[in-house]
Unconditional design. Sequence first.
Length: 255
Amino acid sequence: MLQRLVLGLQACIAVGAVAFAAPVAAQLSPALIRPIEVRTCDFAPEKGRADLDVLVTEFNRWMAASSAPEYDAYVLFPLAHSAEIDFDLVWVGAWPDGTTMGESMAHYFAQGDKLAPIFDAAMSCRDNRNFSMLTLRAPVAERFGPMEVSTCTLRLGAVLDETLAAVREWVDHTGSIGSTAAHWLLFPAYGERSDTNYTFKWAVGYDSFEDFGRDYDQLTNGSALDRYNELFELSMRCDSPRLYAVRTIRAPQEP
């Protein structure tokens, strides 16, 4: 697993060094690769979306009072999906770098005893996976409309760095036809199932539902889908995206 991750990140960095033009690189966070955690969760009995208001307030209060390290958090609610999605929500947390992640973990184990009951009252989570996240195009703002997530696998004989260059080309192409959607690649690092066989997850975050609809038209009524097939028909297969609504729990803090 670690060898696969290192090879994938080395390929990403190589692609980034060649393909990230200065205006794009300027939009990226200081760390090219960021760690994130992804938890699939169910609401506690008789709880729902409205009950997250209490969690948001208490979570942010604890983060401030305990001088917690930097940590951004979002909740994703399934919108368009198959019966394979058998959870109520996804908790996504992000750190600026691995050092901050380690400090955050140490901080929680030392001072998180007051935080755990707040989470338990709102939800129960069944897993906790860690991904190394590569930002291809940063979001315009840190608050989103919908977000789609696909699982992508290289085809037999495909080369990872060449495929990632094609991904970069696709993202640039969507920008040339007016899309402002953010794009991230998520490489599994820790906690994934032992029989998992995909290469990365591809997440696309839209500024609004209206922007999502405009990009939808570009794919279905425009020529964008032809370009997508040209780039990936022989190198990569991605499954049907799941669509989520996003709620910001803790946005990036001003320096």
